[in-house]
Each structure stands twice: as structure tokens, then as C-alpha cells.
Design a protein around this ligand. Structure first.
Ligand code: CBF
Length: 792
């Protein structure tokens, strides 16, 4: 850049805020301008949705401004960057989060008010960006928020799926799936970069060519698809920094077009173009410097390893060892599972057809690794074959986790327990070889989204009692609540906030299902993906037991029952039959209980359909108790528990995943713990059929089996999974201690002072589970990056 231009830019930094003003009049004008010129509706007549659009474009302008300044600043300072690769980002809604992070929520609320609209109503118009399945994907969204807030020079890379996670429709209690057309009404939060596009090649052959006496491999691809960038600015809180989440969309390339036209077959040409649009792939950033860190979020983006090697060897003509040296120093790998059988494998036939050169490179990596391994462990063929990147067998496959471990300098689990399981079971062989590679980084969630945005009343209360809002960036300050825990004023106000949130949730439940619930009841919630290991079935069987007990009580004893509203929500994978049966069971049980006049307000069961991020934002603040029931050793971390904890909900949980660390922070006596421990589970599995389930358990299973709730034949296979010797997830074994934990929760609930005390201590102890903490750990111990704060 010329000196003159540089000076100009420097000067511009002095006028950072001069472009877009944030006073009420300017905001009103911006909103109206966008309604009129971007949305093309009259500024005199527009509805809530159009107001949402106008408002969002006006917020986006401010995001873009910060985004530009941040990138300009990063360019100037040129710090080491992080590129975070993930195939899933579950962002949810953007509006409220953006205005809060930009520090202009109240100004916008006021501006909208002047225009005759209400911020909350307008914000409700936004759909969720659900580009992911569950915990792993939402974790990435929290981590992006923390990266921006903590001023780290980072980019996220992912895919811009046309359709998000399916919408769950419940028809007669059965789950049906509908496509999520999330882009149908436009997406004001993204910026399409038509000029930022890269060809992504597939198929074809690899040929050998001689150049200057050397033989090199040349890949002649068969098809090319263009990856086009869509940028999504991510604002930090309390900083000018806004980072980028770049999502790639697959589009047909011109080259592709030409081939189609040559055939003269117009219809097939169009069909082929459509095919290209359905393809998605991950690209690495076009940055030649190795002052970067590349984070692979689970094995899904791990083909990036072979791609970086291909570029360095085939296009940059580096020799193999230099290319390997660079590649193995920039990549790190986070694994999110404890299930060895869930580790991703790609059949060699498929990969060889689609990406022949990448397959060759993986073979070469494996060959060199096997040679090195033999020199270290000798001819132990069992171990060699377990550790090989290539799995021989009926379907020869590439083990993507092995590829990632071999290549990456750091492999991390997502909780302390998870690391132990990786070391002892899942990656035992690798751990023994390279113990120094293995770490854990406990997951975290962002307090901005999960308290400030979704629970503004609690957020204000916390700030009031801490005397500062700084906890929103410095989460350690939450611990300061401990000193006020016994203050009756705080307890009263805390209780009041919960009541208001419960009222909001009760209203939502009534609108959804017509069921009226009592605010005096304990709101007991389990929301997460439906999976056998997460044991929603244990919850439902516990509810049946409660129902059965109430039914069989003398009427006078019913007065002693602690009323409960049990709330369950979550999606089952479309092909996961047992999970779908669990959803149906929940509905038939609910039908029975909710319509039983003997029961009334003592027990209600509600299934919340289409659980997603914005539903969670409503449900979590209104919950008293939340359940995390995974069979010990099955949940790598779990992040839902952390969101509830921050919101002062008490946890009823097994000692699994991050719960073990939550116990350390909050104290086991402030939670309701139950069930087998991680180290007891293998021995229990060995006992198999000799493990006898308690009578209460057999009774409730029998009620389902015998058709007490109808659908006898349909539930047979579900009940079969609970038979002695088949009960892999140990529902029968854990049932008695589960009921004890539930009884302890009841006893505590009737002592409101004690409950509030535990609730305040839960929030106070939640600081460790902020994604800010996780990101700081990664930055220091994995990525080696430093904050780079754009000046105001
Ligand atoms: O690490 C984030 C989350 O990832 C999962 O959801 C996953 O998809 N593998 C795990 O199941 C969670 O335990 C974990 O918290």
C-alpha cells in the first residue's frame, strides 16, 4: 500500500464510529430505509416480519462496519490466525444476540417502539439457522462467540446447507420429518461473496508425469464444482471485534456447464447442474503461510489433511517430508465421542472413485506411519492392524480418526472423563505411543447467549448483586454471588425471576398443547437429542412410576405429593426406530396422565415438538430441575447441563462427561446425583443377565408391555431392550437410585429457601463452563494464538 493510502486508513480508524450512528433517530431512519429500499415495502405500511427484515439489515450494516475494521486491523498486525473447520454450526437466531453484543439493544428497542413495534415481537419473527445436529454443532456456535469476544484472530469455516436440520412434526404422537427451508425468506445475516469462489474437484484419474528427471503425480479431475463463500459476521461482546464465519455453498462451475452443453442434451445439462448444487465440501483457506492453526472439529473435516498435503506436494511441489512437517504442525483435532463404533470410516472404493489422489496420499501417509510404528513396536500385527489408517475387512475403509491422530500435533477430548476414556479405551494404542498428544478441554457455553440474551431478568439481577456487568466478559466474577447466597433479598428476587420465566414457559406450553400447568409445580426438564444412551426412557419410566404411586395413594396422602410438570423435548434421527418409539411412548403416557382427573396438577407430562436453539432459550430459564441421565461413560461432555447450571436450575444427573467437573465446582450436595459410575459400568456389563432389575422397574415396564398405555405391539421391541441381559444402557440397574435422586429433589423443593440457595450456588459455580474458558485453553495450549483487539 502507498504511504498516502496507509495514512488515510490510519485516519479512518480515528473515525470508527463516524459512519453509522446509533441514536434513536438514526436507527429509525436506517430501519425505514431498509424496509423501503432493501425489503421493498412501503415505509408507511409494513408488518412485524418486514420490520424484522428492515431491522436485521440495519444491524447487519453495523456488523459489516466492525467486520471490515477488524479485518483491516488483523491485516495490519498480521497475528497468527486460527481457522476452525467444522461441518456443523448450530447458530440459532442472530438478531438479539447481535444487538446485545453490539451494545445497542436498548437503542434498537426504543427506535422500534417509536415506529410502533415491540422488539420482542419482532425478534420472534426470526427462524433458526440449524446447520447442525446437536451438542457438537451448538458448541461451535458458542466457541465462535467466545473467539470474537476475546478478540482472537479466528475464522470459522463450514457449509451453507440449503436445508437445516429437519423440522420435527408430531402427528398422533409419532415423529414426522419435514425439510427446513430456512433460506426461503432470505437470510439478512449473510453476505454472498460471488467473487470468492474456488473450484473443488472430484473423480478422474491420477497420472504420472516426468518433470526434470522426477516423476510426479498429476490428478486429472473428472468434475469440478464451485464453492462460493457466504460470510456471516460474528460480533464480540464489549469489543469492536467482529470475526467471520465463512460458509461454503456448492454451485455448478462454468467448466461443468461447457461439458454439459457439448453433449447437446439440455435437460440432462440442467439436471447435472442441480446435482452440483447438492454437493458440499470443505475448503481450507488459501493461505500459504504456516503461521496458522487449523482445528478439525471431529473427524468430519479431516479430509482437509489429505487436501493440504495434495496442495503442498502436487501444486507447491514441496517434497513429502517438508509437506508433512508443515501439515502435521498446523492441524489439531477435537474428538467428541466415546463410542469407538461411532468413529467415522470412509469405504476405500468410494473415496478412490471420488477423490483418487487424496486416497493415494492417505495410503502414503499410512505406509510411512506403519513403517515408523514397526520400528517402534516390532511385528505386533494385531496392534499394527488396529492402528492402521486403512481397515482391511469385508469393506476396506479409511479410519478418519486414525488419520487425524497420526497427523495432528494435539488430540483433545471434551471433558476430563472423556480424556480418561480415550486413553483407556477408544485410543488406547495411540495414547501409549504418543501420550504427549492427548489433552482435554472441557466444553463450555457462552453466557452471552444463554443468560444475557435468553434470561435478561436473571442477567440484570446478577449484575445488580455483583455491582457490575463485567461478568458478561469475565465469568469468574459469577463466583461473587456466593457471598450473598443467604441474603433474603437476593433469594426473594431470585425466586421472582424464576417465577416470571416459568410463567413465560407455561404460556408457551399452553399455546402449544392446550395444557395448563401450575406455576407452583416443579418444572422438570429433559431437552436434548433422543438417544438410548441419553435415557429419556428412564425418565418416562420414572414418570410412569410416579403416576402409578399417586394413583395407588389414599386421597389424603396426595396432598403430600410435590406437583411436577415434566417437560421432554428432542428430535430422533429419522432412521432411529427405537428413539422414535420413545417419543411415541412419551405421548401416550402424557395422554393418559394429563387426562386423569385423579391426578390434576400433581403431575403433567409435556412433549415440546421441534426442539431447537430458540426453544431452548425459552425453556431453560423457566426450569427448576434438569435431567442429564446418560449411562456413565457414554456422554463425552454434554453442554446442556452447563446452560441449565448458569440459569440456576438444579441438575439431576449421572456422574458422566462434564457433570463430574460440575460436581467439583458446585459441590455434589448441590445436585441430585445417581447411578453407576464410569468405572463400574464395564463390570456391570460383564454381569449381564445376572443383574436383576428392582421390582418397581419390572412393574412399570410391564405396564407398557401389557398395553396399559395402548400400542402394545408397537412398544414390544422397546420393552425387549430392557429385558435382563439386554439392558445395555443399564436402566434397570440405575432405576432404584434414580428414584431416590428424584425423591431427594422433591424433598428439597418443598424447602424453598434451600432450593434457592442451591440454585444461586449453581449459577455461582458455573463460571468454569463458559466457552470463554475453553477457548482460552485452546488458544494457549493448542493453537498458540494471541488476542488482537481492534481499537475503538
Ligand atoms: O463436544 C460437544 C458435544 O458433542 C456431542 O454432542 C457429539 O456430537 N459427539 C457429544 O455427544 C456431547 O457429549 C458433547 O458435549
Amino acid at each position: 500500500e502507498s504511504g498516502e493510502r496507509k495514512a488515510k486508513v490510519e485516519k479512518m480508524f480515528g473515525f470508527m464510529d463516524a459512519f453509522l450512528k446509533n441514536d434513536s433517530f438514526s436507527l429509525q431512519k436506517d430501519i425505514l430505509d431498509h424496509v423501503e429500499y432493501t425489503v421493498a415495502r412501503s415505509r408507511f405500511i409494513f408488518d412485524d416480519f418486514e420490520a424484522y427484515q428492515g431491522l436485521s439489515y440495519s444491524v447487519r450494516d453495523r456488523l459489516i462496519e466492525r467486520w471490515h475494521d477488524t479485518h483491516r486491523y488483523f491485516k495490519k498486525k498480521d497475528p497468527k490466525r486460527l481457522y476452525f473447520l467444522s461441518l456443523e454450526f448450530l447458530m440459532g437466531r442472530s438478531l438479539s444476540n447481535s444487538v446485545i453484543n453490539l451494545g445497542i439493544r436498548d437503542q434498537y428497542a426504543d427506535a422500534l417502539n417509536q415506529l410502533g413495534f415491540e422488539f420482542e415481537v419482532v425478534a420472534e419473527q426470526e427462524g433458526d439457522a440449524a446447520l447442525g445436529n446437536g451438542g457438537l454443532a451448538r458448541l461451535c456456535a458458542c466457541q465462535m462467540d467466545s473467539l470474537a469476544t476475546l478478540d482472537y484472530p479466528a475464522w470459522g469455516y463450514g457449509l451453507r446447507y440449503q436445508y437445516g436440520l429437519f423440522r420435527q412434526i408430531i402427528l398422533d404422537g409419532f415423529q414426522l420429518e419435514e425439510p427446513d427451508y430456512w433460506l426461503n425468506f432470505g437470510n439478512p445475516w449473510e453476505i454472498e461473496r460471488v467473487h470468492v469462489s474456488y473450484p473443488v474437484k472430484f473423480y478422474g484419474t491420477v497420472e504420472e508425469e516426468g518433470i526434470q528427471g522426477q516423476t510426479i503425480k498429476v490428478w486429472i479431475p473428472g468434475e469440478t464444482v464451485e464453492a462460493v463463500a457466504y460470510d456471516n459476521p460474528i460480533p464480540g461482546y464489549g469489543t469492536r471485534n467482529a470475526i467471520n464465519l465463512r460458509l461454503w455453498a456448492a454451485k455448478p462451475s462454468d467448466q461443468y456447464d461447457m461439458e454439459s452443453y457439448n453433449t447437446g442434451d439440455y435437460i440432462n445439462a440442467i439436471m447435472d447442474r442441480q446435482k452440483a448444487e447438492t454437493i458440499s465440501n470443505v475448503l481450507y483457506p488459501d493461505d500459504r503461510s504456516y503461521q496458522v492453526a487449523l482445528q478439525i472439529n471431529d473427524t468430519h473435516p479431516s479430509l482437509a489433511i489429505a487436501e493440504v498435503m495434495r496442495v503442498l506436494v502436487d501444486e507447491e511441489h514441496l517434497d513429502w517430508s517438508r509437506a508433512w512437517d508443515i501439515t502435521s504442525r498446523v492441524f489439531s483435532f477435537t474428538t467428541h465421542t466415546v463410542h469407538a463404533e461411532a468413529l467415522e470410516k470412509i469405504p476405500v472404493d468410494l473415496l478412490g472413485n471420488l477423490l483418487p489422489r487424496h486416497l493415494q496420499i492417505i495410503y502414503e501417509i499410512n505406509y510411512k506411519f506403519m513403517e515408523e510404528l514397526k520400528s517402534m513396536i516390532g511385528q505386533d500385527y494385531d496392534r499394527l492392524s488396529r492402528m492402521s489408517i486403512v481397515e482391511e475387512g469385508a469393506v476396506k475403509s479409511i479410519r478418519m480418526a486414525n488419520l487425524s491422530i497420526v497427523c495432528c500435533q494435539i488430540v483433545n477430548g471434551v471433558s476430563k472423563v472423556h480424556l480418561d476414556l480415550l486413553k483407556e479405551r477408544v485410543f488406547k494404542d495411540f495414547y501409549e505411543l504418543w501420550p504427549q498428544k492427548f489433552q482435554y478441554k472441557t466444553n463450555g457455553v457462552t453466557q452471552r447467549r444463554w443468560v444475557v440474551v435468553s434470561n435478561p431478568n436473571l442477567s440484570s439481577l446478577i449484575s445488580k448483586w455483583l455491582g457490575t456487568e463485567s461478568w458478561i466478559r469475565n465469568v469468574d466474577l459469577l463466583a461473587g454471588l456466593r457471598q450473598h447466597v443467604s441474603d433474603p433479598d437476593l433469594q426473594r428476587e431470585w425466586k421472582m425471576v424464576k417465577k416470571v420465566n416459568k410463567a413465560r414457559l407455561a404460556e408457551y406450553i399452553e399455546t402449544l398443547s392446550g395444557i395448563k400447568v401450575s406455576l407452583d409445580a416443579m418444572f422438570d426438564v429433559q431437552i436434548k437429542r433422543i438417544h438410548e444412551y441419553k435415557r429419556q426412557l428412564l425418565n418416562i419410566l420414572g414418570i410412569i412410576h410416579r403416576y402409578d404411586c399417586i394413583k395407588n395413594m389414599e386421597t389424603s396422602d396426595r396432598r403430600k405429593v410435590v406437583p411436577r410438570v415434566c417437560i421432554i423435548g428432542g428430535k430422533a434421527a429419522p432412521g432411529y426406530d427405537i428413539a422414535k418409539k420413545i417419543i411415541k411412548l412419551c405421548h401416550v403416557v402424557a395422554e393418559k396422565i394429563n387426562n386423569d382427573a385423579d391426578i390434576g396438577d400433581l403431575l403433567k407430562l409435556v412433549f415440546i415438538p421441534d426442539y431447537n436453539v430458540s426453544v431452548a432459550e425459552l425453556v431453560i430459564p423457566g426450569s427448576d430441575l434438569s435431567q442429564h441421565l446418560s449411562t456413565a461413560g457414554h456422554e463425552a461432555s454434554g453442554t446442556g447441563s452447563m446452560k441449565f447450571l448458569m440459569n440456576g436450575c438444579l441438575l439431576l444427573a449421572t456422574a458422566d462427561g462434564a457433570i463430574v467437573e460440575i460436581m467439583e465446582e458446585v459441590g455434589a450436595d448441590n445436585m441430585f446425583l445417581f447411578g453407576a459410575k464410569v468405572n463400574e459400568v464395564p463390570a456391570l456389563h460383564e454381569k449381564g443377565a445376572s443383574l436383576k432389575a428392582p421390582l418397581q422397574f419390572l412393574r412399570v415396564v410391564r405396564m407398557v408391555r401389557d398395553g396399559y398405555f395402548g400400542f402394545k405391539d408397537y412398544f414390544k421391541s422397546l420393552c425387549d431392550t430392557l429385558e435382563d441381559g439386554k439392558d445395555f444402557y443399564l436402566l434397570g440397574y440405575d432405576f432404584a437410585s434414580y428414584l431416590e435422586a428424584q425423591a431427594a429433589a422433591d424433598r428439597t423443593f418443598v424447602d424453598p429457601e434451600k432450593w434457592i440457595h442451591m440454585s444461586i450456588l449453581s449459577t455461582a459455580g458455573s463460571g468454569k463452563f463458559s466457552s470463554d474458558k475453553t477457548i482460552e485453553e485452546y488458544a494457549k495450549h493448542t493453537w498458540g494464538i494471541e488476542p488482537c483487539k481492534c481499537p475503538f
